[in-house]
Design a protein around this ligand. Structure first.
Ligand code: ZN
Length: 191
């Protein structure tokens, strides 16, 4: 089932998230629904808070932008449950990011070039990986969602001032996206 994506201003994007205790039918259903939602929106990553959930779960699927066979990319899509970043490189890189929860905004964000991460996959098998490049970038963006952090929190105050108006409109529900989005939570909500 495709789930409505929460848009900037929705408290779900800032809510505290919780580790998943055990595999469950509900968790597997959530992962299936998130896959369907991510595919439907043609995105490359989606975290549980973006669909209004508080589990520490996110998905990455780079197939739309990277040819799996051409590099050492792990099989896509990837599911990350209870992830933790165990190491970050000293070297940083700059890359233009966007987010399904902040439609039509793209900004340069500085992040570590490579990271190591511990996580459980959807079969609850533990993994510890070292990744760089686009995969490291997307993983860090999605991990931030679990911490209530959005990529626009990481840009300069000047860049932020340039998009302030658009963000305010989003908060009011004035948003156009070619995928299903949730209406504003504040009063005056659309139905
Ligand atoms: Zn995002």
């Amino acid at each position: 089932m495709i789930l409505p994506i929460r848009i900037y201003g929705d408290p779900a994007l800032r809510a505290k998230t919780y580790e998943v205790d055990a595999d469950s039918e509900d968790l597997q259903q959530l992962i299936d629904d998130m896959h369907e939602t991510l595919r439907g929106a043609e995105g490359i990553g989606l975290a549980a808070p973006q669909v209004g959930r508080t589990e520490r779960v996110f998905l990455v699927d780079l197939r739309a932008v990277v040819d799996e066979s051409e590099n050492s990319l792990p099989p896509q899509p990837m599911v990350f449950i209870n992830p933790s970043i165990t190491w970050e490189s000293d070297d940083d890189g700059e890359f233009e990011e966007g987010c399904l929860s902040i439609p039509d905004v793209r900004e340069m964000v500085i992040r570590p070039d490579s990271i190591q991460m511990w996580y459980l996959d959807r079969d609850f098998e533990p993994h510890h990986i070292k990744v760089g490049g686009l995969l490291a970038r997307v993983i860090q963006h999605e991990y931030d969602h679990l911490e209530g952090v959005l990529f626009i929190d990481l840009i300069t105050p000047f860049r932020r001032s340039l998009i302030r108006r658009r963000l305010r409109e989003m908060t009011r529900g004035n948003v156009e996206a070619d995928y299903l989005v949730a209406g504003p939570v504040s009063k005056g909500a659309r139905w």
